[in-house]
Design a protein around this ligand. Structure first.
Ligand code: DGY
Length: 325
């Protein structure tokens, strides 16, 4: 049987769904062979004539890519919940559905926000490096003393599914939880015992401020110099959402000037973070390489969802999960 669907996958995906896709004679699959994203020219070349596109957050899918693909492109399916790298409006204008992977990564990402809260508060990374560097000579009363997490106040900026999952975990630490969402979520906050507050109040009253909001034109640089000025000098900023929500130059200045106490970042304005970033020289900053959803199980589920979205789009069926639903 000759292949009926041509698909470009910008990377090999984990999971059973992708393995099946590779074997399926109905698909002519072009899989980008290495772990680095295709360069712009390579993306434009490989997408030409494709019926479907499987992509990742590292690929910019804009008008030029859609033009290069051609009018037969039926679906853009991204293995991620966030799609700020995809021009969703341009896809919609062409009638191309955009698939994403909500839900399955909620708890895994909330776990990572908590890993960053605890690591930043209790200086876990710094202390582990101290041991590895042979600095551990004895026990002293103030060695690597950090701040308490239990009994403190957690502020959550963006109270969607991930924000709520972060809040739920705070109950075990006896924390007061404050939350802000663009559209108030009274029912959801009541369920997890979080208090809805104005944006400024969440910033000024919290010991830990967790960013858990989608990146849009409205949220770009939402956490800026003004926001840092509102925060406590001891506050720790946690970001597991998208780097550009935080004004990174303002963050660096706030950390250098002691305006805030520290940061735990799973995401940065530009990824990967440049090795000469001042953030990498600060003991009170933990930076991770955007691994919030990176458990083997969750990444497998995300890939399966992306493949299911792709198959549905190619068959002209509604996607199980599409942006804008
Ligand atoms: C997403 O899904 O948007 C994450 O950033 C990657 O898992």
């Amino acid at each position: 049987m000759s292949a009926s669907y041509r698909v470009f996958a910008t990377r090999a995906l984990p999971g059973a769904g992708f393995a099946e896709l590779r074997q399926d004679p109905a698909f002519d699959l072009d899989v980008w062979p290495v772990d680095f994203p295709p360069a712009r020219e390579e993306l434009l070349q490989h997408v030409a004539g494709m019926d479907g596109l499987l992509c990742l957050i590292t690929d910019t899918i804009d008008e030029a890519v859609l033009d290069a693909a051609g009018a037969q492109l039926k679906v853009v399916s991204q293995m991620a919940v966030g799609v700020d790298n995809v021009d969703v409006a341009a896809c919609a204008a062409r009638g191309i559905p955009v698939g994403n992977t909500p839900g399955v990564l909620t708890e895994t990402t909330a776990d990572m926000a908590w890993a960053l809260i605890l690591a930043s508060a209790r200086r876990v990374v710094e202390a582990a490096e101290y041991v590895k560097d042979g600095m551990w000579q004895t026990w002293t009363p103030t060695q690597m003393a950090g701040v308490d997490v239990f009994g403190s106040t957690l502020g959550i900026v963006g109270f969607g599914a991930i924000g709520q999952a972060i809040a739920r975990r705070a109950q075990g630490f006896g924390m007061r939880v404050l939350c802000w969402n663009r559209t108030p979520r009274p029912d959801e906050s009541a369920v997890v015992g979080a208090e809805q507050r104005a944006f400024d109040e969440v910033l000024s009253q919290s010991d830990f401020v967790c960013v858990s909001i989608a990146l849009t034109n409205d949220t770009r640089n939402l956490i800026n110099a003004r926001a840092f000025e509102l925060m406590k000098p001891s506050a720790i900023l946690i970001n597991t959402a998208r780097g550009p929500i935080v004004d990174e130059s303002a963050l660096v200045r706030a950390l250098q000037d002691g305006v805030i106490g520290g940061a735990g970042l799973d995401v940065t304005a530009v990824e990967p973070l440049a090795m000469d970033s001042p953030l990498l020289e600060m003991d009170n900053v933990v930076v991770l390489p955007h691994i919030g959803s990176a458990s083997t199980a969750t990444r497998g589920k995300m890939a399966d969802m992306a493949v299911a979205n792709l198959r549905a789009g190619l068959a002209g069926r509604p996607l199980p999960n599409s942006v804008g639903d």
